[in-house]
Design a protein around this ligand. Structure first.
Ligand code: FAD
Length: 382
């Protein structure tokens, strides 16, 4: 199924309503990302704070009308997050909740670990972060160098992570580290960031400033032994394999975030240039049709990941949605005025955010490489 049914239409309508609050706070949050702490009572932020907690661990799964949503289904996530991102991508990514770590814990955690982690998510809005990227090892995550070793009778993490969303706000971090050389030597752990040896600081950024991407130094940070994820699985089912699965699952969501940015820029230019005629009007219409077509691709890709776990089509969706976000935001600037960015701060922000989402979960080049592998293996149709 790739078209939203009645249930998802209700979810979309509610998310769109909640996203209006995100839009109202967007520019302020962009100026001062710490303002997220004053936004925790917004219904959309509250919804995100438990979105992704599997039904088995949710005290009260988020509800819209008669429907309940736990956010573990890719199509659901794509529908919701496109709307929230159209309100404001910064707020969407600044919200507390299980987010990417939730997908990893649901995949790799045993019963007790899931109960521990998701229990904390339902008890109070709690920030988490997903620490994979390292300095100089972004696109090639399998080359990561952070180590997880036994030292002084404790399991300790040593290394550095960079560009991690919410790194300095997170109370719990999922961290990828190496126990030995090679792809099977990578393991993910759940770390309490109050552990001595965890230091995180925000990095200044131009785009998606709300997400407060940061760098983390792990200076012998102690990991509780029962927080090593995938301990009940074979080495081949943990680590890099798990990160690939998590990325497959999340890719349609990231595509939906980019689509939300494109949709916001499109709505903005339609509102502020309502009298467009001739070529300008045609250009705006064509962009709208391409956004609709890309949404259909994103939903198809989300359904494919839900059905098979394969993320090849999702790579096409992510690459296309990011290209469209950049194109639409820049076209909106051209259409509005020769110097639209200083006089339209929201549009200026959308241009910056579109560049940021390109890097999340792999750049276009990496998505093209992945798609090519899918085409070669026959797992995605030409
Ligand atoms: C807003 C934002 C949020 C993020 N959140 C997180 C997070 O929560 N957790 C986390 O771990 N990381 C996060 N990241 C990091 C993100 O995953 C990396 O930025 C991304 O993987 C790219 O890595 P890099 O920045 O080191 O670029 P590089 O890998 O250095 O790439 C630089 C350029 O080289 C190109 N390139 C690299 N390899 C190849 C290749 N083999 N073939 C062709 N071209 C290539 C890339 O396309 C790119 O254009 C986030 C980034 C952003 C911008």
């Amino acid at each position: 199924m790739s078209e939203p049914d009645g249930r998802l239409t209700a979810l979309r309508g509610q998310a769109r309503e909640w996203a209006a609050d995100f839009r109202a706070a967007a520019l302020e949050l962009d100026r001062d990302p710490e303002l997220i702490k004053d936004c925790l009572d917004l219904p959309g932020v509250r919804f995100l704070s438990t979105f992704g907690v599997p039904a088995a661990f949710a005290t009260e799964p988020p509800a819209v009308g008669p429907y309940r949503f736990d956010g573990t289904n890719g199509l659901e996530r794509a529908v919701v997050l496109e709307e929230f991102a159209a309100g404001d991508l910064g707020m969407t990514l600044a919200a507390p909740g299980p987010s990417m770590s939730g997908v990893l814990v649901a995949k790799l955690g045993d019963e007790e670990q899931q109960e521990w982690f998701f229990g904390r998510m339902t008890a109070a809005p709690t920030w988490t972060c997903f620490a994979l990227t390292e300095p100089d090892r972004g696109s090639d995550a399998s080359a990561l160098g952070t180590s997880l070793r036994e030292e002084d009778g404790e399991l300790r993490l040593t290394g550095a992570k960079r560009y991690v969303g919410n790194a300095a706000r997170a109370r719990y971090a999922t961290v990828f580290a190496r126990t030995r050389p090679g792809p099977l030597g990578v393991t993910a752990v759940l770390l309490d960031t109050e552990s001595e040896g965890y230091h995180a600081e925000p990095l200044d950024s131009l785009g998606i400033r709300g997400a407060r991407i940061g760098q983390i130094t792990l200076d012998g940070a102690v990991v509780a032994r029962d927080r090593v994820l995938g301990r009940h699985l074979s080495p081949a089912r943990r680590g890099i394999w798990a990160s690939v699965q998590v990325f497959n699952e999340l890719r349609p969501t990231v595509a939906a975030l980019a689509l939300g940015v494109a949709g916001a820029a499109h709505a903005y230019v339609r509102e502020h240039y309502a009298g467009a005629r001739g070529e300008d009007r045609d250009r705006i219409e064509v962009l709208g049709r391409r956004i609709d077509a890309t949404r259909a691709l994103v939903h198809r890709a989300a359904s494919a990941v839900d059905a098979t776990g394969d993320g090849y089509l999702a790579s096409a969706a992510k690459a296309r949605a990011c290209a469209l976000a950049e194109e639409t935001t820049l076209a909106a600037c051209e259409l509005l005025a020769p110097a639209a960015r200083p006089s339209h701060p929201l549009l200026d922000k959308l241009v910056r955010d579109a560049r940021g989402v390109e890097f999340m979960e792999g750049t276009r080049n990496i998505q093209h490489l992945n798609l090519f592998q899918g085409l070669r293996s026959g797992k995605v149709g030409a």
